[in-house]
Design a protein. Structure first.
Length: 347
């Protein structure tokens, strides 16, 4: 089962790595571009360790980075080509840029660590944290590493672990299934990525350790200054109470205004409703009058049609009536109903 799984993984990896170069062309313009970017990553890691730090940790880490740089420089074009196909060039470059930008942000923040205190703050009373004492006996700096820098390094670590995992599986599969030696491109790639992973892990652990020491010094200073800031806290509490009362009053006034607006809108809708009722009443009356006028006119037409030629006359009121006041010109028809020449008395 393990052999079959290894063959499957190998086929997938070899298909991606040994396929026609269209994908590689989309990822890296050349193998040298990949070498340059990988060396840029290692340079960025090297810059994380100050040259003034001669501790065993720093010396060992600088040695590991230098070895990795030599390994990458010594890779042949064939080995480098296979290595480059394990990652997407655009994503890899963005990762390095993000790591470097985070580092720049960290340096900028350290440059403003001694900014003057805020206006009105009792700077002479507050005792600053003893950062120097907190890191005494360690290789830590008195300035913390920014969250952006550590985040960039973690992103780089995750990307590198992904590359390392792919290279490791490919290396083990090639050695086990095909009998290749550990100098195969995937095995070399695994060695390089594993070395970068060790460096990043060490850097991140060291920076987090130092940040914890500095954060502890800050907490100690805060605890020591509790008595000094007690008066300020009391004043702030009074100020917040006043602000809260003011906000409450503003909300009360706003609530009253909203209620007045609501009442005004309700009154407007009531007036509008009454107006609409009046209009509908008027419209109903007009429709009723128009209907009666139309009925009177139709009866006059029917009477004219049922009256012999020469005897036809229009009832004069029909010409001036408006509806309910119109006469029914067929009201005098016999009980049996109106018929030809039998429409009741003529005018």
């Amino acid at each position: 089962m393990k052999r079959w799984l290894g063959m499957s993984v190998l086929l997938v990896l070899l298909t991606a790595a040994l396929a026609p170069s269209t994908h590689a062309q989309q990822t890296w313009s050349s193998t040298e571009e990949f070498r340059t970017e990988y060396l840029r990553l290692l340079d960025s890691l090297s810059q994380r360790i100050p040259s003034s730090d001669q501790s065993s940790w720093a010396v060992d880490l600088r040695g590991k980075i230098a070895d990795l740089q030599q390994q990458v420089k010594a890779l042949s074009d064939t080995q480098l080509d296979q290595f480059s196909k394990l990652t997407d060039g655009q994503a890899f470059t963005r990762m390095i840029d993000g790591l470097n930008s985070g580092d720049r942000l960290g340096r900028d923040q350290r440059n403003v660590k001694n900014a003057p205190s805020l206006d009105g703050a009792p700077g002479a009373v507050i005792v600053p944290p003893d950062f120097s004492g907190a890191v005494a006996g360690t290789t830590c700096d008195t300035s913390p590493t920014s969250a952006a820098t550590i985040d960039g390094e973690k992103v780089g670590l995750y990307v590198d672990r992904g590359l390392s995992l792919i290279a490791e599986v490919a290396c083990e599969t090639i050695v086990e299934v095909l009998g290749e030696g550990t100098n195969a491109p995937f095995c070399i790639a695994f060695g390089v990525t594993k070395g970068v992973e060790v460096v990043l892990d060490s850097l991140i652990d060291h920076q987090l350790f130092c940040n914890d020491l500095l954060a502890g010094a800050t907490q100690d200073a805060i605890l020591a200054d509790v008595i000094n800031v007690h008066g300020d806290v009391g004043a702030l509490d009074t100020h917040l109470t006043n602000v809260n009362n003011q906000i409450t009053n503003e909300f009360t006034a706003l609530d009253t205004h909203v209620t007045n607006v609501d009442n005004h809108i309700a009154n407007e809708f009531t007036a509008l409703d009454n107006h609409l009722v009046t209009l509908f009443t008027q419209l109903t009356g007009q429709i009723t009058e128009t209907t009666k006028l139309l009925n009177a006119d139709l009866r006059q037409v029917m009477k004219l049609e049922l009256t012999p030629e020469g005897l036809r006359k229009i009832v004069p009121e029909i010409l001036t009536c408006t509806g309910t006041n119109c006469p029914n010109v067929l009201a005098n028809c016999p009980a049996a109903g109106c018929s030809w020449n039998n429409v009741g008395p003529l005018p």
